[in-house]
Design a protein around this ligand. Structure first.
Ligand code: TTP
Ligand code: CA
Length: 445
């Protein structure tokens, strides 16, 4: 087994165990799967390398090809300069066949079918799988294993994928999604890295800030201006400075850099909530302005829910008052509904409590979602069924309601992207496995 367990000081069985699976040089691995003689040679998958073609880019390169400096997104002409095609090298005495590679065109249909086989294994092994892309997924394996055995568990998962499907995977295991993702990348290809609870912050410390969830190249450059180069620098930066420079996102990336990430692994297509929020340039206590903003957020959220065929049973608001006090209020209905007017009226009703207070940001959320087709509940009992919940204080969002999010793009403005609005980012439809095979009945048990 090639696993690398980082030095652990504490093992807490109460922590969530998240595995991130990321296939190695995926398209190239797929090409090797159907053409085994390519194994061990440099393989480039891309477009534009046939005679007469001048434009195109590399989709991916095998690790052998990467040694020649060929990598994803590179112009195909640049790749060919670094690594000529074998077919050209055999005819050209100026080229060395040993320093040439195999080029293959992109065949998405085939890669999707291989991806489907991998996904089928992942779904057999974990109750909750979040597919992120064609070759990447998060698994919540808390109930499948424990911190003492998770390394073996992950090694078996890798073996299973390799032997059943024939492609290599790297796996990262950690108590948070962000650490698991970084861990899967740490020891590629064919990697296995376990970051135990208590080690997450140390694990991040020396990494470049770009590895922190939510930090893109633009933010990384701005952080660099502030003298923040590593995740460790970010973790020990002054949160007020970060907040001033990047708004609420500054506080989010600060938390992620500190290893704090309470996002739950949720399947795509099934967000736990849908929300929208919006910040004011200056905090305001103008009731009309606040009401207008809440109305438009409510309409947007309700729209979103309707378009997803989602019924909601809880309607809530978030009100952020200076400096960073996050207040949430929610009201549950007797049954799931799709009633845009109700989202607006409940949200405005909940806003009343904040009359006279200055507000920096407001949000509207529907949660307690159901996606099954069918009749919505009668509203008859609504008035009598108030079940208000309230939380107050910094960071006191309602718990467990949001789906997970992808990093907010750099420079994004306020409508979505903050933690409370994450449900919006998690609602893509799940891609069903291409075929339902696999015979691994008691694997993962
Ligand atoms: P990645 O997971 O980013 O890369 P990879 O699987 O090829 O290599 P690694 O071992 O580093 O994970 O992307 C998955 C696939 O997506 C990749 O095989 C090809 C495709 N892709 C593109 O088509 N263009 C790109 O720019 C990138 C980055 C990926
Ligand atoms: Ca990959």
């Amino acid at each position: 087994m090639d696993g690398a367990r980082l030095p652990g000081t504490s093992v807490d069985d109460g922590d969530r165990i998240v595995a991130h699976v990321d296939m190695d040089c995926f398209y190239a691995a797929c090409e090797r799967r159907r053409e085994p003689p390519l194994e061990g040679d440099p393989v480039v998958v891309g477009m534009g390398f046939e005679p007469g073609e001048t434009h195109g880019a590399v989709a991916t390169a095998s690790y052998e090809a990467r040694e020649y400096g060929v990598d994803s997104a590179m112009a195909i002409s640049a790749a060919l300069e670094r690594l000529p095609r074998k077919v050209d090298a055999v005819d050209d005495p100026a080229l060395d066949v040993a320093d040439a590679g195999f080029y293959r065109p992109v065949d998405m249909e085939y890669y999707e079918s291989v991806s489907g086989r991998v996904r089928a294994i992942l779904h057999d092994c974990a109750p909750v799988v979040r597919e992120v892309s064609i070759d990447e997924a998060y698994l919540d394996v808390t109930d499948e294993t424990d911190w003492n055995t998770v390394e073996q568990w992950a090694a078996r998962l890798k073996d299973e994928i390799r032997s059943t499907v024939g492609v290599p995977a790297s796996v990262g295991v950690a108590p948070t999604m962000s650490a698991a993702k970084v861990a899967s990348d740490r020891d590629k290809p064919d990697g296995l890295v376990v970051v135990e609870p208590g080690d997450v912050r140390d694990f991040f410390a020396d990494l470049p800030v770009e590895d922190v969830h939510g930090v893109g190249p633009v933010t990384a450059e701005e952080l660099d201006d502030l003298g923040i180069e590593t995740a460790g620098d970010l973790a020990s930066a002054d949160p007020d400075v970060l907040e001033e420079r990047f708004g609420e996102r500054g506080l989010e990336i600060y938390s992620y850099a500190r290893g704090e990430d309470d996002r739950e692994v949720t399947p795509r297509g099934r967000p736990k909530s849908l929300s929208r929020e919006s910040a004011f340039t200056e905090a305001t206590d103008d009731r009309a302005e606040l009401g207008d903003r809440v109305r438009s957020l409510a309409a947007s959220v309700a729209d979103r829910a309707t378009s997803k065929d989602a019924l909601y049973q809880t309607i809530g608001i978030k009100v952020v008052t200076p400096p960073f006090d996050v207040n949430t209020r929610a009201r549950s209905l007797p049954g799931p509904v799709d009633e845009p007017e109700l989202v607006e009226s409940v949200a405005l009703d909940l806003l009343d409590e904040f009359e006279g207070q200055r507000v920096r940001k407001v949000g509207v959320r529907v949660s307690n979602l159901s996606f099954t087709a069918g009749e919505q509940a009668s509203l008859g009992g609504f008035e009598g069924a108030n079940d208000d919940t309230a939380t107050t204080g910094p960071g006191a969002d309602e718990v467990n309601d949001d789906g997970t999010s992808e990093p907010a793009p750099d420079g994004q403005v306020t409508l979505t992207g903050a933690a409370w609005a994450e449900g919006d980012a998690s609602d893509d439809a799940a891609t069903p496995p291409v075929d339902g095979q696999t015979t691994i009945d008691d694997f993962c048990k």
